[in-house]
Design a protein around this ligand. Sequence first.
Ligand SMILES: Cc1cc2nc3c(=O)[nH]c(=O)nc-3n(C[C@H](O)[C@H](O)[C@H](O)COP(=O)(O)O)c2cc1C
Length: 215
Amino acid sequence: VCCGIKTDPVPDEMLKQVLQAAISAPSAANTQPWSFVTVTQPDLVEKVGEYLIYAQKKFVFGKIIGLSEAFTDHLSRLYADFLNVPCFIILCRNQRVKLVPDEYQDVLRDWDLCSLGGAMANLMTAATALGLGTRWFGGPLPDNRGQTLKDMFSIPDHVEIVGVTPLGFHDEPLKDRPVQPLSTLTGFKRKDKYSLAALLKGKVALEDVVHMNQF
Ligand SMILES: Cc1cc2nc3c(=O)[nH]c(=O)nc-3n(C[C@H](O)[C@H](O)[C@H](O)COP(=O)(O)O)c2cc1C
């Protein structure tokens, strides 16, 4: 399965702990440019799950990666457990401070996206430590920058959706990911389902991405 998450509810205390880890992340000038929408009400969770499967199929697999319809249908089955997860967390950029003049707003956005990446990574690491599974989802962004989700949850115009993750207990113990050769990444061919499958499998070795003293 895609995220391997059980239907059991996440205790409130655990939800609070992962969110606390998220908001402990560093941020540019400590502006803490985040807001979160937690979705635990079953009818809303189902609505989000259905929507994410649609977004994955239509935008990520279809328009952006450009997979065939048959292969997209096949892969979409991997996301079926999204309909039964107990919780989704929507990560939003909400810059409350006018830190920089208008001409540097794009720099601020870059900084904010880095800060939000840190928040999400903290959230996911804390979740893993508590036996909870997550999966970072960017699929709603190509849908008019997440407008469908914004409408669903009355998210104000100035707030930007950055990612979504399900949250719930793992249905099996975590396995180590295999080490893959760098050529899996560098030789990736768009629209080739075999190279895509290889790409999604493992992590490259440390020595392939770390340069000592000189790139
Ligand atoms: C910014 C970002 C966006 C992502 N968007 C999607 C997505 O739309 N759909 C999806 O299935 N996975 C998405 N992922 C998850 C990645 O596919 C996943 O992290 C990657 O395959 C590595 O697997 P691992 O997280 O299990 O190591 C996203 C991850 C990141 C960091």
